[in-house]
Design a protein around this ligand. Structure first.
Ligand code: NAP
Ligand code: ZN
Length: 351
């Protein structure tokens, strides 16, 4: 298959910095859309995968699954997009389209395994897929999203992962007006969780380890801030939450958070994709509580979220960086020091 070489940034080993390298992109197939990448968000998952925290990374890892760009070419069977359209690509670029999950528009749960935007199996060129820290990408039309033109394109990038990952559980667990919702961890995912829960009419409590983020949390839409390290404050909120969204990115103790749930309420984990500290069964049994998990969201739901953002003018709060500063950005995310998502200006790679 014919292919073209494009510039990218990636890591050649789990302990290596990201550096400029060349990767191959396929030429457009009949159902493909070719995108000139304008912006790409920096997700904590990018760091996990570069560092091989989940044990399945393939090198070089070219991260990036919060892609915003303009269509520059379409295959002859593409009907939804034309040259010049503002589009997005999230965490998936393909799935089987035949299993029950795919038929329901839940491609993220594809029973045959969805294809990740990076570190997925590249059926076309062989090897593995490369993400959005690059000049262009070629993606099957089905996995390309329309981005409303009225919202800021830079701030829209993180919607493709941080946005949908928080939107999907809020919708699936039917968070509604008046519910007391706690969002745990004020980072990329957390700040979108606060914005969405507030937009859905919930009473939002930001649950954070960083007292310094309190004012920002309120600006983002939180009605209250709960410092999770403060036992007195935690005690005051015992048994009071209708829903908790947990974005903590590392192994941690769930028990104190379970104590915050009301009877029959659920805490959904989206952050720690790894072993957790021991959980006390009593915490769940006494109160019929649930701990659940959720991964990104399906393509129809991602479009629904983007359209909602267009209607309500919601985007992420971002810090723009050049591609060349990515290693420093990774360090700052690891230290929970980003307000609240880094977005790479891909012009810096192209020049
Ligand atoms: P992030 O920007 O680094 O934010 C995580 C936040 O969690 C931090 O800002 C911090 O907030 C809090 N935190 C960090 N360490 C903590 C600890 N030891 N105990 C308690 N809180 C802690 O990360 P992100 O990009 O939002 O991603 C969060 C996690 O979600 C990552 O692990 C990522 O891989 C995962 N993820 C999952 C999905 C999915 O589909 N399920 C999708 C995308 C990402 P405070 O300072 O407020 O405490
Ligand atoms: Zn992500």
């Amino acid at each position: 298959m014919s292919q073209v070489e494009v510039k990218a940034y990636g890591a050649k080993a789990s302990d290596a910095d990201l550096e400029q390298l060349d990767i191959k992109r396929r030429e457009v197939l009949p159902n493909d859309v070719k995108i000139d990448i304008l912006y790409c968000g920096v997700c904590h998952s990018d760091i996990h995968q570069v560092r091989n925290d989940w044990g399945n990374s393939k090198y070089p890892v070219v991260p990036g699954h919060e892609i915003i760009g303009r269509v520059i070419e379409t295959g002859n069977e593409v009907s939804k997009f034309k040259e010049g359209d503002l589009v997005g690509v999230g965490c998936m670029v393909d799935s089987c389209q035949e299993c029950e999950s795919c038929k329901e528009g839940l491609e993220q749960y594809c029973e045959n395994g969805m294809v990740g935007t990076y570190n997925g199996k590249d059926e076309h060129l062989g090897g593995h897929t490369f993400g959005g820290y690059s000049e262009t990408v070629v993606v099957r039309e089905k996995f390309v999203l329309k981005v409303p033109e009225n919202i800021d394109a830079k701030g829209a990038a993180p919607l493709l992962c941080a946005g949908i990952t928080t939107w999907s559980p809020l919708r699936h667990w039917k968070v509604k007006k008046g519910d007391k919702v706690g969002v745990i961890g004020l980072g990329g995912l957390g700040h979108m969780g606060v914005k969405f829960a507030a937009a859905l009419g919930a009473r939002v409590v930001m649950i954070t380890t960083s007292p310094g983020k309190s004012e920002d949390a309120k600006k983002l839409g939180a009605d209250e801030v709960l410092i999770s390290k403060d036992e007195e404050q935690m005690k005051k909120h015992t048994g009071s939450f209708d829903f908790l969204l947990n974005t903590v990115p590392v192994k941690h103790d769930l028990n104190p958070y379970i104590g915050l749930l009301k009877r029959d309420a659920t805490m959904v984990l989206v952050g720690a994709i790894e072993p957790l500290e021991e959980m006390h069964g009593g915490g769940l049994i006494i109160g019929r509580k649930s701990v659940a998990g959720s991964v990104i969201g399906g393509i129809p739901e991602t479009q629904e979220m983007l359209d909602f953002c267009g209607e309500h003018n919601i985007v992420s709060d971002i810090e723009m960086i050049d591609m060349q500063n990515i290693n420093e950005a990774f360090d700052r995310v690891t230290k929970s020091d980003v307000k609240y998502r880094f977005v790479i200006d891909m012009k810096s790679l192209k020049n």
